[in-house]
Design a protein around this ligand. Structure first.
Ligand code: FBP
Length: 554
């Protein structure tokens, strides 16, 4: 038998909380709102999704009588990067469909969307689901990044679902995976294929959110893990007083994780990519601003500190962003020729000679290692794999060079020694915090209720989450409502719009209000590890982002 830790054993007994609408099971009363549109490019989106576009938003209310339901057979897919709480979404779906009919069955497709296409699956029985309740990771069925987007894949998926008698699929993923869920729902509905498709908002990056999706699951837990580690490093920095720590944090595009961790730990600096972009900063200006922070603390004798860097930064520096857009098109169109080149210098030469003048200049000004990292294979969605670009090392090196130049000119007298870190995978599979355990279970249960209500092309939505769970509400929103057209792989495609950090919103404004004090002083906060048991004010905390966005105070 697999050995489990004492904490996992105790945690298995935790019963996640549900919104009141689901307290009597997933058979709910459904209140439908007005028809919906898209966040932008509505005309084009409505043409592309003419079967699912415009559906109303739905809100659930507890039903006194259990509505009659036939047994449901549901397939579930985990898609994209791991995020704490995925197993609880599955447990929520399982309990939800069983509440609709005890003979309902749940199948898990293995290793992501690929499992649907390759017909690799397992039945998720009560014993199996029980063994994974409240655990981190996606290892129950595995995840993958295959993009489900062609009619051929949809047809194979249909046949595989039909063999198992599946009448609904739940796709648990981020913006790209839910875009694909929407395409699948559209295809099945347009062709009168009786398979419903429901999405659930997952990603530690926190960038799949809007008025109706208050958070993507996993963000809360991952940020708590990173903040614990940052707090430990801050305490070490404050004790040893000899290093500047450059810490890169995951978050492929948006800087929500970095901002949340900054709010939790109060470091000396935190770069927010969206601000860099809006101020049109160059790399040189960014490095200058960090060097100023180091120098100002150095004047007080504090030759140490902590700087947080978002993983996606490089794509938000306007001059590098233009370069990457050109690179994406170039690598998409000349993929084969590029793949045949083995020598790294020749690869760089191949790229440089094909770029426009400005981009070629920026490309040549970057360190050799970063040039190569920018040319690595794109992910299946056409994105640069930013987790492999070592911006923390690049910035530490460039700040060091800048300070040396200042020292030579007699304008800097401090000492500068840097340590670099990257926190990403450390947080993606942590056991979910109480917030994520409850939120995920509720999302899964809501997905089951959406299936029971006959919906397709919807995303499960649980709201009012800054309040105690007795005040949470739930329902579904049409996925087309979140869509717009964007350029991907050199083509315009319909995608869910990413939620970047909004510079006028309360979390960023709070950070701006305090960051100068935090830059100069050592106002560090040490959050410590996630607590699963104990006083509610310790274990039922919500993220500062959620708190500021929805309660407008911290
Ligand atoms: P998802 O958006 O799929 O949830 O993934 C988020 C993420 O953790 C990013 O923060 C990170 O850039 C990426 O996955 C890394 O993924 P991989 O390990 O597959 O390169």
């Amino acid at each position: 038998m697999t050995k489990i830790s004492a904490l996992q054993q105790a945690r298995a007994t935790y019963q996640p909380k549900l919104p009141p609408a689901l307290i009597n099971g997933a058979g709910v009363n459904v209140e439908a709102g007005a028809p919906t549109s898209a966040v932008a490019d509505a005309e084009r989106i409505s043409e592309l999704f003419n079967a699912t576009f415009g559906s109303p938003r739905v809100t659930f209310h507890a039903a006194d009588d259990k509505p009659a339901s036939k047994p449901l057979t549901v397939g579930v897919i985990l898609s994209g990067g791991q995020a704490p709480g995925g197993h609880n979404v599955i447990a929520g779906i399982f309990d939800g469909i069983k509440s609709l009919h005890p003979d309902s069955r749940l199948y898990g497709f293995l290793r992501g969307p690929d499992g649907l296409v390759k017909n690799q699956y397992m039945e998720l029985t009560a014993n199996l689901v029980d063994a994974y309740r409240n655990t981190g990771g996606f290892d129950m069925i595995g995840s993958g990044r295959t993009k489900l987007e062609t009619d051929e894949q949809f047809e194979i998926g249909r046949k595989n679902c039909e063999k198992l008698g599946i009448n609904a699929l739940v796709i648990i993923g981020g913006d790209d995976s839910n875009t694909n869920a929407c395409m699948l729902a559209e295809y099945y509905k347009r062709n009168s294929i009786p398979i419903q498709v429901i999405g659930c908002p997952k990603t530690i990056d926190g960038d799949l959110k809007n008025e109706y999706i208050e958070a993507s699951f996993g963000f809360d837990t991952a940020c708590r893990v990173y903040s614990e580690l940052i707090g430990n490093i801050e305490r070490d920095a404050n004790s040893a007083r000899k290093y500047w720590h450059f810490i890169k944090l995951m978050g492929r595009s948006a800087s929500h994780i970095t901002l949340e961790c900054a709010l939790q730990t109060q470091p000396n600096a935190a770069i927010i990519s969206e601000e860099v972009e809006s101020r049109k900063m160059t790399i040189n200006e960014l490095v200058d601003s960090l060097a100023d922070i180091v120098a100002n603390r150095g004047e007080k004798g504090d030759d140490f500190g902590v700087i947080l860097i978002p993983e996606g930064l490089i794509e938000f520096i306007p001059e590098v962003k233009s370069l990457i857009t050109e690179l994406n098109d170039l690598l998409a169109h000349e993929a084969e020729a590029f793949r045949e080149i083995n020598d790294p210098d020749n690869k760089i030469q191949f790229i440089s000679s094909r770029l426009e003048r400005d981009s070629s200049y920026v490309f040549s000004s970057l360190p050799h290692g970063i040039q190569l990292q920018l040319c690595l294979d794109r992910d299946p969605h056409g994105n640069v794999q930013v987790s492999q670009i070592e911006t923390e090392k690049m910035l530490a090196e460039m700040v060091g060079l800048k300070l040396r130049a200042r020292a030579a000119a007699g304008t800097y007298k401090g000492k500068f020694k840097a340590q670099t870190h990257f926190f990403g995978y450390e947080g993606r599979c942590a056991a979910p915090s109480n917030f994520d355990a409850d939120y995920c279970y509720s999302l899964g249960y809501t997905a089951a209720a959406l299936i029971g209500a006959g919906k397709t092309g919807y995303m499960a939505s649980v709201r009012n989450t800054a309040k105690p769970s007795q005040e949470w509400t739930c329902g579904g929103i049409p996925i087309t409502m979140m869509m717009n057209m964007e350029r991907r792989h050199g083509k315009d495609k319909p995608v869910i719009r990413k939620a970047l950090v909004k510079l006028n919103d309360a979390p960023f404004q709070y950070f701006v209000r305090y960051r100068e004090e935090w830059a100069l002083n050592s106002d560090y906060v040490y959050p410590g590890p996630i607590q699963y048991f104990g006083p509610s004010e310790v274990c039922d905390q919500i993220s500062k982002t959620l708190e500021l966005e929805h309660r407008r105070e911290v």
